[in-house]
Design a protein around this ligand. Structure first.
Ligand SMILES: Nc1ncnc2c1ncn2[C@@H]1O[C@H](COP(=O)(O)OP(=O)(O)OP(=O)(O)O)[C@@H](O)[C@H]1O
Ligand SMILES: O=C(O)C1=C[C@@H](O)[C@@H](O)[C@H](O)C1
Ligand SMILES: [Mg+2]
Length: 427
């Protein structure tokens, strides 16, 4: 094997995709990067055999590789963990590009740590590199919080009693990571001086921690950038090359475009399904209707669900389905009429999704279609519009007015998606 990533479970890893894309952009031919899952026994054999030119190392082997190395660079030594190894004529040298990856993320977002109290959540491999960056950036105090208060970490109780004055929080724990996207390691509202939250978790795009920081107007930095930056620094070591850091932002935006969902909200008959299907073609994202997912899950029609379990029964299934949809990537998701009435649905759908309000005048929503009983009365529609309009506005990252040609509405959404909307997620 030439290059690759070793670790115990790699199903989640984007490293092959990122490494291959860097090779493409930098015009490096025949760049081969494999994902190699190893259990403890296989790991030992793999390291002894040394049948590779360069590897990345991930959980749980970043410390375990150290005894096999002939040499380590200074920052890897200081951190005590290695995520990159090169094999030169049978001699193995270890590096830690997570350090550079996290430093890049801190600098790119103007996070100033000097004189600040930084709280690091999680005490595993990623914590070591993050802590080294905080020291490098002259943080005034660095507090590590972990479920088990050992190896220099404090427990959550002590964090809540003594460290709610943290200026910066970095999550290096897996809390909030797919598939457990509804979890957050802390409640940001308890931290009265908090100015910035950084998360190294990159799936979902916005962890619940980052989402809640964003809602509270606290600067938040998403994890994808660190992964891409460390991959870039790894590539430079593997290929003995050096190129501009701007490739990190370029790949980040490409990956966000690929991974973000578009969540369509709006009144009944506003055009969500029609526009969603048109966007499916234009953006190459598969279309899903939450109502169809509800019907599939319940094995019944929506009127049947209402008849048998009432509105509460329906809303429970709707939220279950909204959480399932929130875990998906690269989809167009049309919501049902009442989905926006429950904040929980919208909060989860926005972890991987950009919300677009399809805004169509009430006059145009009137329908004689017998399948749309709520849309036949102008008065009923006006009442519903009045109630829901502030919610559509509140949850929308973008308002697409759909009063003229529907093709124009679709083009408007595509343009906004490629420019301002992805930029807003990336920042
Ligand atoms: N800009 C437009 N010009 C002309 N017709 C439109 C326009 N936008 C939507 N329509 C029409 O309005 C009707 C309702 O659209 P659609 O079914 O996509 O709405 P919806 O938002 O998905 O509704 P629901 O909430 O009931 O699922 C369709 O017949 C569609 O062709
Ligand atoms: O998930 C991944 O692909 C990786 C995660 C980090 O541990 C990195 O240090 C590693 O190089 C790759
Ligand atoms: Mg529809």
């Amino acid at each position: 094997m030439k290059y690759g990533l070793i670790g115990e479970h790699l199903g989640h890893s984007f490293s092959k995709q990122i490494q291959t894309r860097i090779a493409e952009i930098e015009n490096v031919k025949d760049y081969d990067y494999q994902l190699v899952e190893l259990d403890k026994e296989e790991f030992k054999e793999f390291m002894e055999k040394k049948d590779f030119t360069g590897i990345n190392v991930t959980i749980p082997y970043k410390k375990d590789v150290i005894p096999y190395l002939d040499e380590m660079d200074e920052s890897a030594k200081a951190i005590g963990a290695v995520n990159t190894i090169i094999n030169v004529d049978g001699k193995l040298k270890g590096y830690n590009t997570d350090f550079g990856g996290f430093l890049y993320m801190v600098k790119a977002h103007n996070v100033h740590m000097e004189g600040k109290k930084v709280l690091i959540i999680g005490n595993g491999g990623a914590c070591a590199a993050v802590k080294a960056v905080c020291e490098h950036e002259n943080a005034k105090a660095i507090v590590i919080v972990s479920r088990s208060s050992d190896r220099g970490a404090i427990g959550y109780d002590e964090m809540y009693t003594s460290h709610l004055d943290a200026d910066i929080v970095v999550n290096t724990s897996p809390v909030g990571m797919f598939p457990n996207i509804t979890n957050a390691p802390i409640d940001v509202s308890w931290f009265h001086k908090l100015e910035c939250v950084l998360d190294v978790v990159y799936n979902p795009i916005l962890t619940r921690l980052c989402f809640e920081a964003q809602e509270a107007d606290i600067k938040r930095v998403i994890g994808l950038e660190m992964l891409i930056a460390q991959a870039k620094y790894t590539f430079e070591i593997f290929e003995n090359m050096s190129f501009d850091d701007s490739i990190i932002d370029e790949i980040k935006k490409e990956m966000l475009k690929d991974r973000c969902n578009i969540v369509l909200i709006g009144m009944p008959s506003a055009g969500k399904t029609t526009i969603g299907k048109m966007l499916e073609e234009k953006l190459g994202k598969e279309f899903f209707d939450l109502d169809d997912m509800i019907i599939a899950k319940a094995g019944k029609s929506i009127p049947e669900i209402f008849q048998e379990s009432g509105e509460a029964g329906f809303r429970a299934i709707e939220t279950e389905v909204a959480i399932e949809a929130s875990k998906m990537n690269n989809k167009i998701i049309a919501t049902g009429g009442g989905t926006i009435k429950h904040k929980v649905n919208m909060d989860f759908l926005r972890l991987n999704g950009i919300t677009i309000f399809i805004d169509r005048d009430v006059d145009k929503l009137i329908s004689s279609d017998p399948n749309r009983p709520l849309s036949s009365s102008k008065l009923a529609l006006q009442q519903m519009h009045k109630e829901r309009y502030p919610l559509y506005q509140k949850y929308a990252a973008y308002v697409a007015v759909n009063n003229t040609n529907i093709e124009e509405t679709v083009d408007d959404i595509v343009n906004a998606y490629h420019s301002i909307l992805i930029d807003a997620v990336a920042d």
